[in-house]
Design a protein around this ligand. Structure first.
Ligand code: ADP
Ligand code: MG
Length: 255
């Protein structure tokens, strides 16, 4: 698989009247086309800052982000962002929420709307088009939020602790469901989570960050022998506990 993104020696600080907060220091890693990368690290270490830099919302003070598209061009991949909670607006129907991104970007073209309709069918939300978000289950809301994100046809999906508002059981189901749909859509994904088990069960590779300023402590490729549809199956794979223990050690060991 070819490299989509390459971060080299990224550094970032916030400046305020009270001084400087160094958030990221010397962050380097690559993301391959179609890969799922999970980023874990202590709260406040700089994970959201890093994602904002990858999204192009913040400009790094130091270092570079290189992009290599499969067609040889160097334009930045189109990025879709999914945040904590689903951020669906209650005053809009589910369908009007799903097309909100298209509306904002003036992209309400027939083929985009057709793609949205297809996703409503595929994701079993057809009957809920005209409902309000509060009438949907947590899992259906996340699916609707995913449609809104995919409607813009991003190449790279950035998820910032997207399931943290859900209770544990719902989260197991919904996270597996959403990631499966993102894989089926052929997208590349970077997901931030503070849940190590979630990272191991969803990602092809886990990157562990240190406390602030965040640096890359380790990267670990994940290969589970059980490839199953149920979220619990991955967690029962014999390698799961080993990955967990190794990553836990890195995560909790302060240099
Ligand atoms: P995480 O997502 O890992 O919890 P963040 O990237 O949100 O961490 O924040 C990293 C550090 O930068 C924190 O100490 C936070 O207080 C600080 N920070 C985040 N945003 C700002 C900002 N806009 N101005 C100043 N400091 C900020
Ligand atoms: Mg954060």
């Amino acid at each position: 698989m070819s490299t989509l993104l390459e971060l080299k020696n990224i550094g970032y600080s916030y400046h305020s009247l009270h001084g400087e907060t160094v958030a990221l220091r010397d962050i380097s890693f690559q993301v391959r086309q179609g890969e799922f990368v999970a980023i874990v690290g202590p709260s406040g270490c700089g994970k959201s800052t890093l994602l904002s830099i990858i999204a192009g919302l913040l400009t790094p003070e130091l270092g570079t982000i290189a992009v290599n598209n499969p067609d040889g061009t160097l334009h930045y991949p189109k990025v879709g962002y999914m945040l904590q909670r689903d951020h669906l607006f209650e005053w809009r129907t589910v369908y009007r929420n799903a097309i909100l991104g298209l509306e904002i970007h003036h992209m309400l073209t027939p083929d985009r709307l057709e793609a949205v309709n297809r996703l409503f069918m595929e994701y079993g939300l057809e009957k809920f088009r005209d409902k309000r978000p509060s009438e949907l289950s947590g899992g259906m809301k996340q699916r609707a939020a995913l449609i809104r994100t995919l409607a813009l046809d991003p190449q790279l999906l950035l998820l910032d602790e997207p399931f943290s508002a859900l209770d544990y059981q719902t989260r197991l189901m919904v996270s597996a469901d959403i990631c499966k749909l993102i894989r089926a859509a052929g997208k590349t994904m970077i997901i931030i989570t503070h849940d190590l088990s979630e990272a191991i069960s969803l990602a092809d590779r886990v990157i562990v960050l240190s406390g602030r300023p965040a640096t890359v402590k380790t990267e670990m490729a994940i290969k589970l022998s059980i490839q199953d549809d149920t979220p619990l199956a991955a967690r029962n794979a014999p390698e799961f506990q080993q990955y967990f223990n190794r990553l836990w050690e890195v995560l909790t060991h302060e240099a």
